[in-house]
Every structure is written in C-alpha cells, then in structure tokens.
Design a protein around this ligand. Structure first.
Ligand SMILES: [Cu+2]
Length: 284
C-alpha cells in the first residue's frame, strides 16, 4: 500500500480484500487527488475573480471578457486528464472485469437470489450440479424455488444472509432477483452488481484475505432497504470444506421433502421427516 492511499482511508474506505481491488483503489486515489486539485484551483480562481473584478475597480461591465489563451489551455488540460482517466483507465479496467472471467473449473460458482430484504444463496452441493429452480416452487421454506423433483437439486445448499467462500480462489456470483432491483455490494472486495428480475448477471472476484465482510444492498429497493445486509465469510480452504459439509448436512433433509404442507406456513427446522439424503455418516 502506498502513501497515496491515505486519501482513500481518510474518506472512510475499508482496506481492500480482493485480488483486483488495488486497481480500483488506484483509480479512486487518482480521482480524489485530481478532484482535490481542481477544487483548490477553482476556489483560488473564484477568490481571485471576486477581488480582481470588484465593483470599485471595475465600475463598468466588460462585454469582451478574457482574451488571453490561458483559460482555454487550462480547460483543455482538464478535459484531457479526464479523457485519459476514462478512456485509459476506467473503461479498460471495467472491460477486464466483465470480459475476462476465470474458467468455470477453477472458480466457485454461487447463485444469489435477492428479495426484499435479504440475500439468498444457492450452491450446487457435493454433486457440483445446480438443481432446477422455478418461481412456482418459491415459499418461505424454499426461498430460491428449488424443484423438489429434480435429482440434481437434492444435495443443493441454500442459505440466507451468510455466504462462505474460500480464500485465493475466484468466486463467480450470478445475480438475480425475485422482486425489485437490488444490488449485491461488497465494499471490501471492491465489487458490486445489480440484481435485476428476469436477468442473470455474473460478477466475479478473488478474495485474498480471510475474514468477515459486510454485504449490502446498493439500490434503494423499498422501505426495508436500510436493513438489507448480509455477511461474506472468507475461509481457509479447510474451513470452507467444513462449512460446505455442515450446510450440506443441514439442507439435505429439508430440500428432500419439499411439498409437505406446514401449518401456518412457518418453516420448522426441527421437524425432520425421513429423507434418503439425510445420513449422518460423513459420506461427502
Ligand atoms: Cu435491496
């Protein structure tokens, strides 16, 4: 971390925890310093003009204005710097983020289904295959609408609020939404993407530091928007495997028996009907 990053810290930015984040931070640093310089420059110019063209010294308006080339040069330089920032840095970085996805085999693929006001995650489970989803199956106990008849979905993992990912492995999150437009924003990972009903939008990042990070919704999505928060936990590979196993055991029974009518509609985690997938032996 170089000393220029101080301005990001000064403005309250959390330390970066992803492999690409330093590139975003560089652009932010440069923009902040550039805007700071512009602010000081324009403020000085404003004060100069107030004094230089005060009424006592300039009783009659001058309709010709400035004739020297300095202001043209100054304005041209500002436009040039901004064009370089946009065309030379911002657009190439953005293109790299959206075009150069890591190969699917290397990456951890997660589906995120947003709703008012929480983040649901769908993972493929031990078989590595995502079960079919359909909006017709969505209920309180089946937030992502997993098809109970699809064998590929029997071992799938569904969690709400908290997602675990392993360190030093690319993570692709495919964003979608059940109701309105949300935004999956993880400031520490320097990543954000809109979750739009009817669209599947992939984003990716590689976490490089273990820890617990905040996931927030970056789009004003309703009255409860302020409370739409989640947690991203970056684990060591061993901890991640342990979490996967734990989640697979927890959701193995619940997903297996989907259409049992529960009185009142409230999900009851304790009632565990006999399901073939729920075996306490460590078979994974
Ligand atoms: Cu939201």
């Amino acid at each position: 971390m170089n000393s220029l990053a101080l301005i990001n810290e000064f403005l309250g930015q959390q330390p970066n925890a992803s492999s690409h984040g330093y590139q975003i931070d560089h652009i932010l640093e440069f923009c902040h310093w550039f805007m700071g310089a512009l602010f000081v420059g324009w403020s000085a110019f404003f004060i100069f003009v107030l004094i230089r063209f005060r009424k006592r010294r300039q009783p009659v308006a001058d309709y010709h204005g400035v004739r020297g080339p300095i202001s043209t040069h100054l304005e041209f330089s500002v436009v040039l710097i901004e064009a370089v920032l946009l065309l030379g840095f911002a657009i190439p970085l953005w293109a790299k983020r959206v075009n150069e996805f890591p190969p699917g085999k290397e990456a951890v693929l997660v589906h995120m289904v947003a709703q008012q006001f929480s983040f649901n995650y769908h993972l493929p489970g031990p078989d590595g295959q995502f079960g079919r989803r359909d909006v017709g199956f969505v209920s309180n106990s089946n937030p992502v609408g997993l098809d109970p008849n699809d064998p590929a979905g029997k071992d799938d993992i569904v969690t709400t609020g908290e997602l675990h990912v392993p360190m030093n492995r690319p993570v692709i999150v495919e964003l979608s939404s059940k109701d309105v437009i949300h935004d999956f924003f993880v400031p520490d990972m320097r990543i954000a993407g809109d979750a739009i009903p009817g669209s599947l939008i992939p984003i990716w990042f590689t976490p490089v530091k273990t820890g617990t990070y905040e996931v927030i919704c970056g789009q004003l999505c309703g009255l409860g928007h302020y409370g739409m928060k989640g947690t991203l936990v970056v684990d060591t590979p061993q901890d991640y495997q342990a979490w996967l196993k734990e989640r697979a055991e927890l959701s193995g029974g619940a997903q297996g028996a989907a259409p049992s009518p529960s009185p009142g509609g409230a999900p009851q985690p304790q009632s565990k009907p006999p399901a073939p997938a729920a075996s306490p032996s460590p078979g994974g």
